[in-house]
Ligand binder design. Structure first.
Ligand code: FRU
Length: 472
């Protein structure tokens, strides 16, 4: 059947068709960027997991590569689950979880860790000695997956998402001299019941002398504005001692406050940037594109830096500017009240608006996108409440509610927004808050509307750029 393309994205990583979930094995190898992803090539629903593959010279123009890993071998009978990639002296090495059902209807399974290698970065061979880690430690539950591997001094380190027999979430550590022989090195971190029952897709990296542990805990209860998704993605900032395997850290902070963001992974590139890409959906997300023969996409690449108060900032990589087709400066130093609609003939759009809050008397300032009135996606900032809000309750085929997050914008509010045919990514005040959601407008709704409620707002700047479709 011919695919209905109404919601196909223009500048995001997607599979050629059918299902995708987590990003896997993000890496720069021999000068090119590679991204793999959990993929079911034969169905728009999740199933036997393969690793799909794209590569790029600049992080924005991606090309499809053949499927890198397919399940069905003795080491990965029912799935090649999430994992990571390293460059081992010119050998691109994928480390991934083999999934095996014992009793599929009751979701009883076992998981092991495997390695596949490639010298051309395209064709992968699974090691004959797989699995390289056959089973979890004896005090473990069946959850034993998502290896993240890195090198420290001369040793390879691997962390895995895991839980105890009592369902307490934890991440465990292995070491290896050669990526083939692994030794269990103990528990890196264990959480209590409030931190969910399993930590998926762990990541661990150094940033400005701190050690960041990033993970996707399953099952933290919502607390006000926090943890409103069924599963979350967030991080700790802390200090790790390699000798004692001790990790001291601060509180758990969500990385993105939108509706559709999960299983993020990061990598370091040759410019020293720590770049993150997430799954731009969630297990609970409504996915109306299943009717069109596909579901799932990855976020745009984002640079992660350490901000004030040990909070991470996330901002689009500079290379996103390569997608700009034309620049339109709509307003400069203009006082507005009520709302101003501008028709914009583009469904792939980058918008930047800067409000001067010191010269604004309004309660709420913001942007309405993808329509006005009946159907719209609304971003607002409450000046007194110091809250950023994203309202997707009227965004089209999938209706999600409002998500909000604290943001203390002192003096100035910048909303930097990327719109694609079925997504919105908001970077507020240089990445102090980000919100990522899927939206599915029922028709082409291309207006941009500035909002100032109950008072006036001074708009320093409103600029938009039409963006290129990399898949056409
Ligand atoms: C996270 C996850 C991983 C697992 C993969 C399976 O979304 O559940 O823990 O490896 O998806 O597709």
């Amino acid at each position: 059947a011919k695919m209905n393309k109404r919601y196909r994205l223009g500048y995001h990583i997607m599979a050629p068709a059918n299902w995708i979930n987590d990003p896997n094995g993000l890496i720069q190898f021999k000068g090119e960027y590679h991204a793999f992803y959990q993929h079911h090539p034969y169905d728009e629903n999740w199933g036997p997991m393969h690793w799909g593959h794209v590569k790029s010279k600049d992080l924005v123009h991606w090309e499809h590569c053949p499927i890198a890993l397919a399940p069905g071998d003795a080491c990965d009978l029912d799935g090649c689950f999430s994992g990571s990639a390293v460059d081992n002296n010119g050998e691109l090495t994928l480390i991934y979880t083999g999934h095996h059902y014992i009793d599929q209807p009751n979701n009883i399974f076992f998981q092991n860790q495997n390695v596949a290698v490639s010298t051309d970065g395209i064709h992968f061979t699974k090691l004959g000695q797989n699995p390289v880690i056959a089973e979890p430690p004896t005090d473990s539950s069946q959850h034993f997956r998502d290896p993240k591997v890195w090198k420290h001094e001369d040793t390879w380190y691997m962390i895995l998402g895991n839980s105890t027999k009592e369902d307490l979430p934890r991440v465990i550590l292995y070491t290896s001299p050669d990526l083939r022989t692994w030794t269990y090195h103990g528990v890196l971190l264990q959480g209590d019941k409030n931190m969910g029952f399993m930590w998926e897709c762990p990541d661990f990296f150094e940033l400005n002398g701190k050690h960041i542990f990033m993970f996707s805990p399953q099952g933290i209860d919502a607390q006000g504005d926090k943890y409103n998704n069924l599963f979350q993605t967030g991080y700790y900032v802390g200090e790790y001692n390699y000798d004692s395997n001790e990790y001291k850290h601060g509180e758990f902070i969500e990385l993105d406050n939108g509706h559709d963001f999960y299983a993020v992974q990061t990598f370091l590139d040759d410019q020293g940037r720590r770049i993150a890409i997430g799954w731009m959906d969630m297990w609970e997300s409504g996915m109306p594109t299943k009717a069109d023969g596909w579901s799932g996409a990855l976020t745009i690449p984002r640079v992660i830096t350490l901000g004030a108060n040990n909070k991470l900032l996330m901002n689009p990589v500079e290379e996103m500017k390569l997608l700009r087709q034309s620049e339109h400066v709509l307003y400069q130093y203009r006082a507005i009240s009520g709302s101003y609609l501008t028709e914009v003939e583009a469904d792939l759009l980058e918008v930047k608006v800067v409000f001067d809050l010191t010269k604004s008397s309004a309660d709420l300032v913001g942007l309405k996108l993808r329509g006005t009135g009946e159907e719209e996606t609304v971003i607002t900032y409450s000046i007194a409440g110091q809250k950023l809000m994203l309202d997707c309750s009227n965004s089209g085929k999938k209706t999600d509610g409002v998500r909000q997050t604290a943001l203390s914008a002192e003096g100035q509010l910048t909303l930097h927004v990327y719109l694609d045919r079925s997504s919105i990514e908001i970077f507020a005040n240089e990445g102090q808050a980000t919100m990522t959601s899927r939206i599915y407008p029922s028709e082409k709704l291309l207006g941009i509307e500035l909002v100032a409620e109950r008072g006036e707002a001074l708009v320093n700047e409103l600029t938009y750029w039409k963006l290129k479709d990399i898949w056409q």
